[in-house]
Design a protein around this ligand. Structure first.
Ligand code: NPQ
Ligand code: MG
Length: 368
């Protein structure tokens, strides 16, 4: 594509309910939307950073600065750039994978819309709908958690994931198992534990969980391998898998037996497919994680989740799990425990410009 400018917006989207994890509580999602203006038309992307660097080292205004100061100018310097070339052009700049992912997605969306080709076709999707799991935050107490889980089960979600942290782990998991029996259930610690907690984490083995997600430090592989040898529950990595190389290292070190793939965390959907391919060749099941995306990233995630190696339900929930109003005209919805893979050109979504304006708190266009 021939890029003429890139428009950045910071959006504030109110959450339908506060979302509490081991690293804090959010009731407004702050996200950056990227619009690539090209000779073939516009493309859209999303930077999944949060206001503060609590999930990873990236955060909204760090991503904003690196995009406008380094990443966008690097792309604008080139007469033309393909989506596959974006990562190469941006490779001199270290890290900032969520910022890079948002930019690459916008370029890929513009190119595919111009070609009339869907994200799903381009990435290698083999399904037209995917089972939808849901991530449930830490609630006031286990009884409130049971109520929240009951509501999501009534909606038809195919898999329940509950957030845990020290002091809110065994009791909460027991309450969900006591209330709902053998439903597909997993936990996500967001790095809240250390190897010293191995005995406590082994107490979770009795609940027959699908997996325990990122129990230890966000950039660890070796200790997760040690822990995995002491647990019956499969260890899944999220934060630690920042690239295809990290995935290869995790497989070599036996640090995980399941991988949560998030395009934003690894620098884009093309790197995400490479991780899928690597895990599939090594026999590791993968699933598509979520970062409370708007309809832009949610559509891209639904396409990614339709690849053959995504054999476990992911966190591609309905838009209404998080938002009363989305910024796309047809928000992703849950039907019989599944979400549909968009089939239109590019991401297959249309922007609801009135909603986009309503939620925009900051904007800047960087032109050639
Ligand atoms: C769906 C889910 O659990 N996502 C992340 C954690 C997470 C939690 C809170 C967030 C708040 C704002 C933006 C991104 C966020 C991501 C995870 O799997 O670890
Ligand atoms: Mg996680």
């Amino acid at each position: 594509v021939r890029l003429s400018a890139v428009e950045l917006r910071v959006l504030h989207l109110p959450l339908v309910s506060p979302f509490t994890t081991s690293f804090g509580t959010e009731d407004v999602r702050e996200v950056i939307v990227v619009r690539a203006l090209t000779d073939g038309g516009d493309g859209w992307g999303e930077v999944v950073t949060q206001h503060a660097p609590l999930y990873s080292s990236e955060y909204t205004h760090g991503a904003w600065d690196v995009l406008r100061r380094w990443l966008i100018p690097a792309l604008l310097e080139r007469p033309a750039v393909s989506a596959e070339e974006v990562a190469v052009v941006l490779s001199p700049f270290v890290g900032h994978r969520m910022a890079k992912a948002g930019l690459e997605t916008a370029v890929l969306d513009a190119a595919l819309r111009a070609e009339g080709r869907s994200f799903a076709a381009h990435l290698g999707a083999v399904r037209d709908r995917v089972p939808s799991g849901v991530s449930v935050g830490i609630q006031r107490d286990p009884a409130a958690l049971v109520d929240a889980v009951g509501g999501y089960l009534d909606e038809g979600y195919a898999r329940i994931k509950i957030k845990i942290k020290p002091g809110r782990d065994v009791g909460d998991t027991a309450a969900v198992r006591d209330a709902f029996g053998t439903i597909p259930l997993q936990v996500d610690a967001n790095s809240a534990y250390t190897l010293a907690d191995a005995e406590l984490l082994a107490d979770l083995d009795r609940f027959d969980l699908l997996l325990i997600e990122q129990p230890l430090q966000e950039d660890d592989l070796v200790d997760h391998a040690t822990l995995a040898r002491r647990l019956r529950t499969p260890v899944c990595l999220d934060e630690s898998i920042v690239s295809a190389k990290a995935a290869a290292d995790a497989i070599a070190l036996r640090a995980a037996s399941v991988v949560n793939i998030k395009a934003g965390r690894v620098g884009g959907y093309l790197e995400a497919v490479a991780i899928h391919d690597l895990c599939r060749a090594a026999g590791l099941p993968v699933w598509c994680g979520g970062m409370l995306e708007t309809g832009i990233g949610r559509a891209a995630n639904a396409a990614l989740a339709a690849l053959p190696g995504f054999t476990l339900p992911g966190d591609v929930s309905a838009s209404s799990r998080f938002y009363a109003r989305d910024i796309v005209t047809e928000p992703i919805a849950l039907k019989d425990g599944h979400v549909r893979v968009p089939t239109g050109p590019g991401l297959g979504i249309e922007i609801d410009h009135e909603a986009l304006e309503q939620f925009t708190v900051q904007r800047e266009t960087i032109a050639r």
